[in-house]
Design a protein around this ligand. Structure first.
Ligand SMILES: [Zn+2]
Length: 341
């Protein structure tokens, strides 16, 4: 039996897990991302998270077969570097040798991969995409990203494929966080929705969103804040989420018209938190936009939930004696994660 580590690096939190050969989570740890201490502060926090996940599993990090990291930004897996991870640390622009530095701190081999690719591979091999050969993994959270698997292989284009969040759903539309206009992310990304909600509230629209945020001791409109507001029937929250799901439906349907993939797996902070009813709404909203509407793709909620990114990152390390390029037929079991906030 060999143990592997996985770290999911996000803009707000770092999630670390230790899994066995059957991908069962034996230890896990979560920490807030220290956004103001630069790349080194973030790497130190990642190593700490990995150490406590290992402690939970009763092992030392050095005893792990290796640690995989799913990271945002520009990831060069071969070089082991991460660049342009500004949502993690504002000054994280130049390539940082994250794999080498973490490997030194944890005394075990470390591999880095792009968070969205890692999450899509995890759903494809172990989660909601297991029965398909070609899937689109859509991660609906702070931004909107996607991973494309065609005939069993991840398609990364020239390195930047899958930027579904920047597909144009309305020409000349809302300003996106990328500076362009009309992007899907400008309507469905949590950051963009928060900016929009604030602007409307400042103009006098009634909403409980910011009161719920304060009550939960948050500084941002997290997925949990949106979910609570929707449950209470908050009109502004409902309107913005309706706009988001309609935009996701249009963007995803366009991607399907182009690639004709078998299934769409929706994950990410908002996707997993809002879950089935909202994912069903996206699926229904896709129909009018699908060219071959009598044969829509399967649309499912990501099955690995909040730990999917970290479990997927652990897949970057091949278990002893297995080929990482082939899909595992193992089923996955996981402990319940703490609720996402
Ligand atoms: Zn954009």
């Amino acid at each position: 039996m060999s143990y592997r580590g996985g770290i999911d690096l996000g803009g707000t939190k770092i999630q670390a897990v230790v899994v066995d050969d059957a991908h069962t989570v034996l230890g896990q740890s979560r920490q807030p991302t220290p956004n103001s201490d630069g790349p080194n502060g973030v790497l130190t926090a990642m190593a700490d998270a990995m150490r406590s996940a290992a402690a939970g599993a009763g092992v030392q990090p050095g005893q792990l077969a290796g640690v995989g990291v799913g990271s945002p930004g520009t990831v060069d897996s071969a070089a082991g570097t991460v660049a342009n991870a500004r949502n993690v640390a504002p000054d994280w622009e130049a390539p940082v040798p994250a794999a080498a530095l973490l490997s030194e701190m944890l005394e075990t081999p470390v591999r880095v991969g792009h968070d969205v690719s890692v999450g899509t591979e995890a759903e494809f091999r172990l989660g909601a995409g297991r029965e398909f050969d070609s899937i689109l993994g859509v991660f609906w959270g702070t931004g909107v990203g996607s991973g494309i698997i065609m005939d069993g292989r991840l398609w990364s284009g020239r390195g930047a494929a899958g930027e579904i969040g920047h597909m144009v759903v309305r020409r000349g539309g809302a300003t996106c966080t990328c500076g362009r206009s009309g992007c899907l992310e400008a309507y469905a990304g949590r950051s963009a929705m928060e900016i929009r909600a604030r602007a409307l509230a400042n103009r006098g629209a009634h909403t409980d969103l910011f009161r719920i945020m304060e009550k939960k001791h948050r500084t941002r409109l997290t997925s949990g804040v949106w979910a609570d507001a929707l449950e209470r029937g908050d009109r502004l929250a409902t309107r913005l989420i309706d706009r988001a799901t309609a935009s996701l439906a249009a963007g995803i349907a366009s991607a399907i018209n182009l690639l004709d993939l078998q299934a769409v797996i929706v994950g990410g902070g908002l996707g997993t938190r809002l879950g089935e009813p909202y994912v069903r709404r996206i699926a229904e909203g896709m129909i009018p936009h699908l060219f071959v509407d009598q044969r829509p793709p399967a649309v499912r909620v990501a099955a690995l939930g909040d730990l999917g990114g970290a479990i997927g990152a652990a897949l970057l390390v091949s278990p002893a004696g297995s080929d990482p390029a082939t899909r595992s037929n193992d089923s996955i079991s996981r402990t319940s994660p703490p609720p996402e906030t």
